[in-house]
Write a protein that binds this ligand. Structure first.
Ligand code: SF4
Length: 678
């Protein structure tokens, strides 16, 4: 019989070690399911509402399993929390000897080679950057002496945004791998080696997919040796996988190659001026290419970009100059590994440019890739060209079902009204036919995909109220944002601040912020008003928690991964159902593909996505069993459209009202406190 009920029980070792530990039947059931999945090397998708204790529910069986385990989280912050806090707690509680490692992407580790180059060539103009590079150098010396891992999280004195960091870390492209003079001391390689040797490795989704797809040079990939993979925050995987299963090339990469080729030419082949000339010519052709697309920001279909006057000529010119530089690099590549590295990069970029130009959305022409969406994205300084798979299902399921290994996907938001169908379809998490290539008949049952959902143990009907104001204008009208602010104001007053206002667009966010500022002044309201972008996300959250009566106006950055427990947050306002913009080139192509194959993209793709996102936003409100609060949603489609019911029924079972007086009265039971716990 399983001893999990004892381990998670009120008298068990976890309760003895963790302050405030709650015995929850749902947590035990989830742990049992995960243990069984690991035993059968199966696939399990688990939705666990806030407060279930899902982290321990997967950590206990995973750490006890005895095989190699990869745990992947959505963010580096969660990764650090798991590695430094939760895993040591479980290991100590269970008294089991398990070796663990934390592995992040290479951009998180100091690169000794590039750091030394940056220090030697004195490239920084700004005084802060000069100071920061020296601080990084001293830290690297300490880490080399054994006091650190080279992870930049260990050096908070240098801000994340400092230019010094970009010079002191490596990229997949510019890492010299085993040809590097500092290979033996390299922090990236040491972290990867430790990960290969450890029984439990904590990674993040970006790193997992980079490892899977890019097979980063100089490192063996982790997956082949692994028996169990656990994805926490698994609702993020479709987006992350989409990003990595595609191909991209950008004008920034071309400019970086031109710059590095010129610098390496000066350093290692100064007598061969043609190399520097070719690098400068590529630089110019690339800048000309960027200028063809006049937008500062935006995602656009490939056809719209290719159709611009002068685009094909400019793109072809950049390709020619890249080819020219490639030849120069090849002729000098034996002189230094740095030049050989530039040659490899030139080859890769040339291949990607060729692929992008030759691909279109309907079929694979020569050199192009079939089944991929071609699109481009303009940033203020660069232009990126992307090929994104129409569907990631086939690519991902090949990974999942190719080898015998357990896969666990968990999150607080995966299902729509208990239905996991859209997630399984999108990720390809449908067990292969028993006669599928490479599958033995009796392997079928083992690989069976199971799903389960445990609601939050919180008392939602008493802790939370869902308020849908009456008489709102339609969400796509110009007056909508002002109507939201007007409807939210009485609640903000009743709650004495303590509010998040989450908007589906930056434009609406800015407008709402201006309106609120005006109204606060007119009405003499003194709640501190904050807006996304006036500081980093963690700075804003820290201030919000400390102030205890603040109002934060935000957009996408605060829809998920934000945890404010206690009184500081008691009102969450969401302006609209968060449907993704249908003119986005990737979404538009996917919608077309689903509809053309006889499906209903709106009901089976767009509505489930909006429901999951809404659940995420709404999930900011109640973070523990003492929290109380109101969720206001300013979108009448929730009650007026047939799909609206399906969406609100996906939310936790809050009491509902259309009456402002009832929403205001809810706060009479939640007196604001000056300070709040985080
Ligand atoms: S091997 Fe790569 S990451 Fe490591 S020090 Fe050398 S260039 Fe930097």
């Amino acid at each position: 019989m399983s001893d999990l009920p004892h381990l998670f029980g009120p008298e068990g070792p976890l309760a003895a070690r963790i302050q405030g530990f709650r015995h929850r039947q749902s947590q035990i059931e989830m742990a049992e399911k995960i243990e069984a999945t690991i035993d059968r090397a199966g696939v399990f998708i688990a939705e666990a509402g806030t407060g279930t204790g899902k982290t321990f529910a997967y950590l206990v069986p995973a750490l006890r399993s005895g095989g190699k385990v990869i745990i992947s989280t959505g963010t580096k912050t969660l990764q650090d929390q798991l590695y430094h806090r939760d895993i040591p707690t479980v290991i100590a509680a269970l008294g089991i000897p398990v070796s663990t490692a934390l592995l992040k992407g290479r951009a998180n580790y100091v690169c000794l080679h590039h750091l030394e180059e940056a220090v030697a060539d004195g490239r920084f103009m700004n005084r802060d950057d000069v100071k920061h590079i020296q601080v990084i150098r001293r830290y690297a010396d300490r880490a080399l002496a054994g006091n650190g891992s080279g992870d930049k999280a260990e050096l908070p004195d240098v801000p994340e945004r400092s230019n010094a960091w970009s010079a002191a870390v490596s990229t997949r492209e510019n890492c010299l791998g085993s040809a590097c003079g500092r290979y033996g001391d390299c922090f990236v390689m040491k972290a990867r080696k430790a990960a290969m040797e450890a029984e439990v490795v904590v990674v993040n989704h970006h790193l997992f997919f980079a490892d899977l797809v890019l097979k980063d040079d100089g490192a063996q990939d982790l997956l082949p040796a692994c028996n169990t993979v656990v994805f926490d925050e698994a609702h993020q995987l479709p987006d992350t996988a989409t990003m990595f299963f595609g191909e991209s090339v950008s004008t920034s990469q071309l400019l970086e190659l031109a710059r590095d080729s010129r610098l390496m030419g000066i350093a290692h082949a100064a007598d061969f001026k043609d190399l520097q000339t070719a690098a400068l010519a590529l630089d110019k052709a690339t800048r000309d290419l960027r200028l063809i697309v006049r937008e500062d920001y935006g995602r656009m279909p490939g056809a719209a970009v290719v159709g611009r006057e002068g685009f094909t000529e400019a793109f072809t010119k950049a390709q020619e100059q890249l080819g020219e530089l490639r030849e120069m690099l090849e002729s000098q590549s034996a002189r230094a590994p740095e030049i050989a590295n530039c040659l490899d990069r030139a080859d890769e970029l040339a291949q990607k440019m060729l692929q992008w130009l030759a691909s279109d959305n309907s079929a694979g022409k020569e050199g192009g890739i079939e089944g991929y969406i071609r699109w481009a994205e303009a940033f203020s300084q660069s232009l990126a060209f992307h090929l994104t798979p129409l569907s990631i299902a086939n690519i991902f399921s090949q990974q999942v079902f190719a080898q015998k290994r357990a896969w666990i996907f968990t999150s607080a938001t995966l299902a729509v009204k208990g239905d996991f169908g859209h997630y399984q379809t999108e990720m390809g998490l449908i067990a292969p036919e028993s006669n599928a290539e490479g599958f033995e008949e009796d392997a079928f049952n083992e690989r069976k995909v199971e799903t389960a959902s445990w609601p939050s143990p919180f008392d939602y009907p008493n802790q939370a109220l869902l308020y849908l104001p009456a008489n709102l204008p339609a969400p796509n009208t110009a007056e909508h944002t002002e109507a939201i602010v007007n409807a939210a104001l009485p609640l903000i007053e009743a709650a004495e601040g303590r509010a998040f206002l989450l908007f589906t667009s930056l434009k609406a966010m800015d407008r709402a912020y201006d309106l609120l500022k005006e109204r606060f002044e007119q009405q003499g309201l003194n709640y501190p008003l904050m807006v996304q972008g006036e500081g980093t996300r963690s700075e804003l959250l820290e201030r919000f928690r400390k102030l205890g009566n603040a109002v934060l106006v935000a957009s996408h950055s605060f829809w998920e991964g934000v945890d404010v427990k206690g009184d500081a947050l008691s009102l969450v306002v969401i302006d609209k159902l968060p449907f993704a913009a249908p003119d986005d080139p990737v979404l538009a192509a996917r919608i077309d593909a689903i509809n053309q194959s006889g499906g209903n993209a709106f009901m089976h793709y767009q509505v489930p996505h909006a429901a999951i996102k809404l659940k995420q936003g709404a999930g900011r409100l109640i973070r523990d069993e003492a929290d109380r609060g109101v969720l206001m949603i300013g979108d009448l489609r929730l009650v007026e459209k047939p799909y609206g019911k399906r969406i609100w029924q996906s939310l936790p079972p809050m009491r509902r009202t259309r009456l402002e007086a009832e929403a205001v009265a809810f706060f009479q039971g939640t007196p604001a406190k000056a300070a709040a716990s985080g």
